[in-house]
Design a protein around this ligand. Structure first.
Ligand SMILES: Cc1cc2nc3c(=O)[nH]c(=O)nc-3n(C[C@H](O)[C@H](O)[C@H](O)COP(=O)(O)O)c2cc1C
Length: 215
């Protein structure tokens, strides 16, 4: 195979990002960008982000998860704590999140530390999920080798029977992580590859410095 993509090229012309207009706190810029994208591109999953972790095999690995909440403290997503990413985070909590909102020609890259959120918060979110998603979380030993799809579906049927008419408790192996950011970079595509990049770095518990980076 010899597939040349050299002519795949797009000019980015929709917006700009100026240092003087950027707020002091990057979470406020994140919130602004998030809701602008959500409003103008409702067909995409604005809250889909990649999270990359370092595995014990020495390789970084990215995968998509859904951002479920953000606050000044960080970014929360839910997963199986025994999954490949869960184990990688246990071994090395330094992770990287990224969003690419192509319609808006925007990218955000976040370096941070992942921590499990409090159990009562995971309980609260688990309770708010539809029953099918609750059972799906229990039934899947996420990232383990599965003998067949049938085996998974049979396990689901057995669980549906077990919990018929009953409340489904959150399994201890499933819950939220918060990624507390130490660096957040905002990228706005511009013409001629002269993109706008602003990087915020955490300087103390609450203070951020911001700089323009060369594209
Ligand atoms: C749009 C989208 C949303 C996803 N959301 C989640 C999520 O919120 N949590 C999760 O554990 N996996 C989610 N996944 C699946 C993950 O990408 C991944 O397959 C799974 O978490 C197992 O990853 P791991 O084996 O590296 O731990 C999502 C995948 C896609 C494409």
């Amino acid at each position: 195979m010899n597939t040349d993509l050299g002519n795949y090229r797009k000019s980015y012309e929709k917006n700009e990002l100026l240092l003087e207009n950027a707020p002091e706190n990057p979470m406020e810029l994140f919130q602004k960008w998030f809701f602008e994208v959500d409003k103008f591109f409702p067909e995409i999953e604005t809250n889909a982000m990649t999270i990359s972790t370092y595995g014990q095999d020495g390789f970084p690995k990215n995968r998509v998860v859904l951002l479920k909440k953000f606050t000044y403290e960080g970014f929360i997503f839910y997963t199986n704590y025994n999954s490949e990413k869960g184990k990688a985070i246990k071994n090395n909590p330094n992770v990287c999140l990224s969003f690419f909102w192509h319609g808006a020609e925007r990218q955000i890259i976040i370096k941070g530390k992942a921590k499990k959120i409090a159990e009562n918060l995971s309980d609260g979110y688990f309770e708010s999920r539809p029953r099918g998603s609750q059972l799906g979380a229990i039934v899947s030993n996420q990232s383990d080798i599965l003998e067949s799809r049938d085996a998974l579906e049979q396990k689901l049927v057995a669980l549906e029977k077990k919990y018929e008419g009953k409340e489904i408790p959150r399994p201890s192996f499933w819950g939220g992580f918060i990624v507390e950011p130490v660096e957040i970079e905002f990228w706005q595509g511009r013409p001629n590859r002269l993109h706008d990049r602003i990087r915020y770095s955490l300087t103390s518990d609450y203070d951020w410095s911001k700089n323009r980076l060369s594209p």
